[in-house]
Design a protein around this ligand. Structure first.
Ligand code: ANZ
Ligand code: ZN
Length: 856
């Protein structure tokens, strides 16, 4: 092969992608003997086109997968599609296309784009969750979970999105609005399917402790989401002695600071009282119209309705507290009722100030140092609740205790006197998986008027979605389909109807990593095969999945473990959350009341002092560097970049500039730089035959072997930008060095070092090597070079010479040289002598391998 002087990236990309395909290079070695490495990036939603965030995510995973192959692992590196969900159905409603056709077209387009990146993926394992061979097995698992008591059907208030006409999970309600439609969410009572994730609350919490290779931030977010709270549950009696209601508190220590009791608008007592009170009925309706997200309740306006009832304080029956119905008390947490202690709870304080209720301090507050003693006065001032530590005050027998001591004392007393008990409550709710949508996994149940709820027999799976559905009106097309839901009852044969709810798409992504490892036709997976591949060794994805997806996948893994289908409990041994790809924005104001008009980076001419629009040459406003998003038009299309620079430059840039967990600001200069470096490497690789006078170059050999070890360690730790820096440094050293056998060897080895990151360039350079210098036909199958340990240690070190603690010079000396020699060299140094000026040193301090300090 004659060697081009420039690397032709586009031709090389196509050539090697075809070669890997033809050789089946990245097929998983099922029954292999080597250690396994399961490398997984979160699978994409097939929205239509890949974006730079995908490129970054998949480039990272790919480097690791290729590196693992080179370092002697059987690698599983699959790809698939999280293919159910609303956007397909919206496209159906807006454009009249079928969700299935839309989705499959998108998959084809995105697959082609991903292939252009040259990913080392075992495409034979590709799956799409919208295909019956996948969701049918999910239905089978759902039935297994039902049989094991992990599925429940419950009446419950749900978040109803009136635009999408579907139920939303709490986490899909953002600021009281549907996450997708932006419509104000309403509360509605419906019979829903639930997965009993709360059965595993304790275990999911405890398991976090074992996830040493997960970011602390993600573990903390999960911990908060699970939300274990320990406290006291006790009952209030209505004044006069009639039975009242139970409350839950995490701060029983503040009981003497109570100033009211509050119940949720959904509390049975509120509903009972509302029967005789139109005002209360109206108030409750108003509360239901409001959002229910935690954030909204924390910061939104506090609303209350005084019922006129009162309860007895449990420690003093003559002390009566008014009972209010309050919007920030949720029915589905604790008992749906609280006592309010405004001095030490911000929500209660906001509420008390608004409705002019008493505010009593019961925890002393350390005063600022200059003001002297702690604040202990009973009347609490200001609008900021004190939630910090302190000793109990104004609290009878609790006075002087710490918060923890007082909690224990109250719980002991309540249990002794029989009016309350210590309890644990969880923030985690059972997972409502019902969606009133077409484009999802049909829930495999049948409602029979005679037999009730009947599971679809496994022999009748999959329950396949009907192709002909009508999307012309909102609502659930399955529900109004003329024939699909009408079936014979599997149990009595009578007329019955199918369940028309489909599963939340988070169910689809809760087990796909198992199906990648093993996908038999007749069952969800083969446990034997799973045993080999799971857990996933490295999972890589966005921080936006820190809570839900990861928690649900951890739950499914536990559920399947409980069913005896798998041995593990944690699906992802190591998790990495990568940063976003960002870009500045370009816009022009369009006048009052109108949103600004945004422009894409290619419509812009950017210079050091601003930016102009190519079309009219007039300036545009340069905005902040933010996540690339279609709405702000600050996107760079991966295809255009691949057309211009090829895959390797794009990959290299994605890996080089920022630590992978941080945001990566896209820049023209950055991709240009990557492109130039590709060409520079190509020239260096052309030097593999240039041995010059043939001699050995020890310093270069040392640099080379340090790079081999260093790049390996960095890639292993996902420190890609550091690995990139080391490769740059080695390239510089090679260019500086005179031709030699060592240099030729370094050029050859450098091909291997860049191979995981720039696989096309590496293949092209490898192929140009003489046969004898190639261990394998393709770099994709080559082994990572072995670093010579003897060359990893420096045998010379720089020793700093000081006189009276001031640095005067330095010299290169043999490592671990004897003290006398180091001292002698220091005293003989001319710069040192100039400062010693003939004086006799009082002392000579030698720090081995570091410095000599001459004290005169
Ligand atoms: C009295 C009190 C005094 C409280 C005080 C806090 C501070 P976490 O930690 O999140 O579990 N609470 C209990 N049930 C509630 C419900 N259904 N809706 C809204 N709030 C509820 O929160 C527990 C605290 O939140 C409980 O402790 C209760 O207020 C409130 F100085 O009781 B506390
Ligand atoms: Zn029946």
């Amino acid at each position: 092969m004659t060697r081009e002087t420039r690397f032709g990236a586009l031709a090389a990309d196509a050539r090697w992608q075809a070669a890997w395909d033809a050789a089946n290079s990245f097929a998983t070695n099922e029954g292999g003997e080597k250690p396994k490495a399961y490398i997984l990036e979160m699978f994409p939603y097939p929205s239509g086109r890949i974006h730079m965030g995908h490129v970054r995510n998949y480039a990272m995973g790919d480097v690791l997968a290729r590196f693992k192959r080179m370092t002697g692992h059987d690698v599983l590196h699959p790809m698939g599609w999280d293919a159910f969900g609303m956007p397909a159905e919206n496209a159906a409603m807006e454009k009249g296309v079928h969700p299935g056709g839309w989705t499959r077209d998108n998959i084809a387009a995105m697959r082609a784009q991903l292939k252009r990146l040259g990913l080392a993926i075992d495409w034979s394992r590709e799956l799409a969750t919208c295909e019956p061979d996948y969701y049918g097995q999910e239905q089978a698992l759902f039935l297994d979970m039902f049989a094991a008591g992990l599925v429940a059907r419950k009446e419950s208030y749900v978040n109803w999105d009136p635009v999408d006409m579907t139920v939303l999970a709490n986490e899909q309600v953002i600021d009281g609005r549907g996450w997708r439609s932006g419509a104000l969410v309403e509360k509605k009572k419906l019979s829903q399917w639930f997965l009993k994730i709360t059965d595993f609350a304790d275990d999911l919490l405890e398991g976090l402790g074992s996830l040493d290779h997960w970011p602390d931030k993600v573990r903390l977010m999960q911990e908060n989401w699970i939300g274990k709270s320990q406290g006291l549950e006790f009952s209030f009696r209505l004044a006069g002695g009639a039975p009242g209601f139970d409350v839950f508190t995490t701060r029983p220590d503040t009981l003497f600071g109570a100033s009211f009791a509050a119940i949720s608008p959904d509390h049975p007592l509120a509903e009972r009282l509302a029967k005789d009170s139109p005002e209360l009925t109206a108030f409750i309706a108003e509360c239901r119209r409001q959002g229910t997200s935690a954030e909204q309740l924390e910061t939104g306006e506090k609303l209350g309705f005084d019922t006129g009832l009162a309860v007895e304080h449990p420690l003093d029956p003559d002390w009566h507290l008014p009972v209010w119905v309050v919007n920030y008390v949720l029915m589905d947490y604790g008992t749906g009722a609280i006592f309010g202690c405004p001095a030490h709870d911000q929500r209660d304080l906001d509420f008390a100030r608004k409705y002019e209720l008493p505010v009593h301090r019961v925890i002393s507050q350390p005063a600022p140092a200059k003001a002297g003693g702690d604040e202990t006065g009973q009347v609490f001032h200001g609008d900021e609740a004190y939630v910090g530590p302190g000793r109990l005050v104004n609290s009878h027998f609790l006075d002087g205790m710490t918060v923890d001591e007082a909690k224990a004392a109250i719980i002991a007393r309540a249990e002794h006197e029989g009016w309350g008990k210590g309890t644990t409550v969880w923030r985690l709710r059972d997972w409502g998986v019902s969606r009133q949508r077409y484009w999802g996994t049909p829930i495999p149940f049948i409602h029979c008027p005679a037999c009730g709820l009947v599971p679809v027999p496994k022999s009748q799976l999959p329950v396949v979605l009907p192709e002909d559905a009508d999307f012309s009106v909102p609502g659930n097309p399955l529900d109004r389909h003329p024939t699909w839901k009408h079936v014979a009852c599997p149990s009595c044969g009578g007329e019955a109807v199918r369940e028309t709810d489909t599963l939340d798409t988070f169910v689809d992504s809760s087990w796909y990593f198992l199906r990648f490892a093993s996908a038999p036709a007749d069952k969800p997976f083969d446990p034997e095969v799973i045993r080999r591949w799971l857990p996933v060794d490295q999972y890589i994805g966005g921080i936006e999945h820190a809570i839900l997806h990861l928690l649900y996948a951890r739950f499914w893994t536990r559920a399947l473990n409980k069913l005896g289908m798998i041995d593990i409990k944690e699906p992802f041994a190591s998790l990495f959350t990568q940063g976003m790809v960002t870009h500045e924005t370009y816009s022009r104001a369009q006048g009052e009341g109108l949103p600004p008009l945004f422009f894409t980076p290619d419509e812009i001419n950017r210079s050091a002092d601003g930016a102009t629009l190519d079309a009219d040459g007039a300036p545009v406003t340069v905005g902040r560097v933010i996540k690339m998003s279609k709405s702000k038009k600050n996107v760079v299309d991966p295809d255009a970049i691949l057309d211009q620079y090829g895959a390797d430059a794009a990959r290299w840039f994605m890996l080089s500039d920022s630590p992978p967990e941080r945001d990566l600001p896209w820049s023209e200069a950055g991709i240009e730089g990557a492109w130039r470096f590709v060409q520079r490497l190509w020239r260096i690789f052309g030097e593999t035959g240039n041995v010059g006078d043939g001699g050995e170059d020890k310093p270069l050999a040392r640099k080379l072997h340090q790079a081999i070890a260093g790049v390996a360690a960095d890639v292993e730790a996902l420190g890609f930008n550091k690995a990139v820096a080391k490769i740059h440094a080695l390239a510089n050293e090679i260019e500086k060095a005179k031709p030699s056998a060592t240099r030729a060897e370094a050029c050859r080895t450098l091909i291997l070092l860049v191979a995981p990151m720039m696989p096309h360039l590496a293949e092209e350079a490898w192929a140009a090597l003489p046969e004898a210098q190639r261990s394998t036909a393709m770099v994709a199958d080559a082994a990572w070079p072995i670093a010579d340990p003897a060359l990893l240690v420096e045998d010379e070190v720089t020793i700093v010479f000081q006189v009276n603690g001031k640095r005067r010079d330095e010299e290169l000396l043999p490592k671990d040289a004897p003290r006398e020699i180091v001292e002698e060299r220091a005293l003989a140094n001319t710069n040192v002598q100039a400062h010693v000026a003939g004086a006799t040193p009082k002392k000579v301090i030698v720090v081995p391998n570091r410095l000599v300090n001459i004290v005169i």
